[in-house]
Structure formats: C-alpha cells, structure tokens
Design a protein around this ligand. Structure first.
Ligand SMILES: [Zn+2]
Length: 129
C-alpha cells in the first residue's frame, strides 16, 4: 500500500510504494543536527511530486548525497544520490509522513554515525563531565 509524505507547507509531496519496515536515526554530524528518521527506498519505489524549483539541497564532505529541503518551509524531506553517483538509494525523512500514527508506530533503528559507525541498540549519550 502506498504511503505519503509531505513537507509542512505541502510544496514537496512524496509517494512511496510501501510503508517502511522501520525508521533509522543516525547521530552523525549532519543527521544528528537535522533530527531526521530515515526510511530507505530505491528510486523506483519513490515518486517526488514537486515543482523543479520547490526544493534545494545541501551537500558536503565527499559530496555523495544531496540533502533535499523545501525552499518554502525548510523541511528536510529526503536525500538522493548526488549527480555522478552510481546509487539508486533514496531516503525519505519519516518525520514527513502524512500519516502521523504510522510515524509513531514504526520501529526505530539506530546507527552510531558519530563514533563507532555501527548499528546500535541505543544511541550513546555524551558524558557531560
Ligand atoms: Zn514546504
């Protein structure tokens, strides 16, 4: 069953072929700041319905990934492979899911992108001391 996601103002609409099995939270320098919950797909499973100029992207580091955000409301909606990358991965920000009950009911997975670069049961919390 298709599921939908949208940014706050609605300029970016995303349709996925099915609900994700889980959402992934990562604490790396960029994901940890965005506070996203990623739902992973391939390009054939995702349709982006938005004007060409509705969103812009942020790219950094080794320039493999475009972090796409709505130019109107600023919501980070999805990431896509940067131009020239041989990847069909698309990750949708689960926090944009139109169905808020679905968002809250999905199991969470955690990736320690800040330190160990591994899946973990729980993201480590830095000791304040
Ligand atoms: Zn928007």
């Amino acid at each position: 069953m298709t599921v939908k996601a949208n940014c706050h103002c609605g300029a970016v609409q995303i349709e996925m072929s099915e609900a994700p099995d889980a959402l992934l939270e990562c604490n790396c320098s960029v994901c940890g700041r965005y506070g996203v919950k990623w739902a992973y797909y391939t390009t054939d499973q995702v349709t982006i319905k938005a004007a060409d100029d509705a969103f812009d992207f942020y790219i950094w580091g080794d320039r493999t990934t475009n972090f796409n955000f709505c130019k109107t409301c600023g919501c980070l909606t999805h990431y896509t492979a940067a131009e020239g990358q041989d990847s069909d991965r698309v990750a949708v920000n689960g926090r944009m899911l139109t169905d808020r009950k679905l968002l809250d009911s999905l199991p969470m997975k955690y990736f320690d992108g800040r330190d160990s670069w591994q899946m973990v049961d729980k993201l480590p919390v830095e000791d304040a001391n």
